[in-house]
Design a protein around this ligand. Sequence first.
Ligand SMILES: [Zn+2]
Ligand SMILES: [Zn+2]
Length: 444
Amino acid sequence: MHVRFWGTRGSIPRPGTTTLRYGGNTSCVEVRTNAGTLIVLDCGTGSYGLGQKLLTEPPVSGHMLITHTHWDHIQGFPFFVPLFIPGNEWSVYAPRGLGGKLEETLAGQMEYSYFPVTLETLSATIHYQDLTEGELQVGDARVVARFLNHPSPALGYRIEADGCSVAYITDHEPHSPHMDESTGLPVHKEDQRHIEFLADTDLIIHDSQYTATEYVDKVGWGHTAMESSVAFAVGAHAKRLALYHHDPLRSDDELDEIVSRLRQDLSEQGCDLDLSGAAEETVIDLGEQPGGQRAARTHAATVQGPTPPRPEKVVIVVADDDPVLLRVTETALEAEGFTPRTARNGAEALNMAREVRPDLMLLDWDMPSMTGVEACEALRNDPDPEFSQTPVVLVTSFAKAEDLETAFAAGVTDYLTKPFFPPQIRARVNTWLQRKRAENDSER
Ligand SMILES: [Zn+2]
Ligand SMILES: [Zn+2]
């Protein structure tokens, strides 16, 4: 399997003299299996160069795996020449974003106000597929998709072929900064599952937009500090890590300095992780690995066909004793087409859950007459088996490691820290609803 970087920058293209070596184009990576399956990861401005190269090898059939539809990941789509050529065949996959389906979102950036050619006039045969978590076969590669932590629903991809594996993780933020001191692993269950998803990979391409110092002011923006990317890769026993989605303000020299500092730290710890900054035009040959495929250790269900449609009515019980926050959350959920039912304390939320049987619950921790955690514990102890499966997302400003342990022990599914942006709530709720739906489908 070969991996080639066409765009490594996050947020906005940044050409110029300070980014000559690592590159100024936004996200795009080409993956080729030895049998010739072509996978394009994201379609930022870097895809323009790849498209030009593909002109020399028509007809082209390929698969485009888009992590999410933020601009820096789709801006190259209208300029990706292989899509204009009759006889070419492309499959384009991405998670359904906030609001529209993948095809509608891609068509949106090609409306006449923005671009002279509309989506429906592209001449290649193009299949669009909204994707959720799970496995799919792409040519001779097995791809596993997993939701990331970002203010828009975003998927990370793990590709396995030729006995080796590469994980592509952008844009993503750790769910919690807390690490278990005895094990050195993250305290948050979703961070533990992230490491499981990355386990034993030959190469991880990981969002590393900030340094740990910069990250302090960027919490909630949906990106990882480089030090955390390294911790994830070390925890996953990966062979190589390419820092990716570089901040537009990061110069080549700064990146060199950071990479050499992090390498120094790794060597002092006696760790042999091969660390680099992803640089445009670089090719990594993962070769044929002896010992066969190392499959992803993931609980993801298999994706067969398109994402199941969302049911007509999705009921979410939201509880908070702060009326302003309650209203903000209610508005965010309504914007997503959900039906929120509000409560002012844990006891009220619990009674409401028994009455309306919600698809998901969003509970503040610190509330009078029963906290969110107590309400969750009571729900899990309810004789009705349905309540053992209802996703419960805790929203709180408590953020100590022991608080997290208490919450998970009480049966909390996930944990979101205040203050939050409304899109984060929408993305997180969508993630859990889709996971639950996929689980229900696979049980059927
Ligand atoms: Zn991005
Ligand atoms: Zn993004």
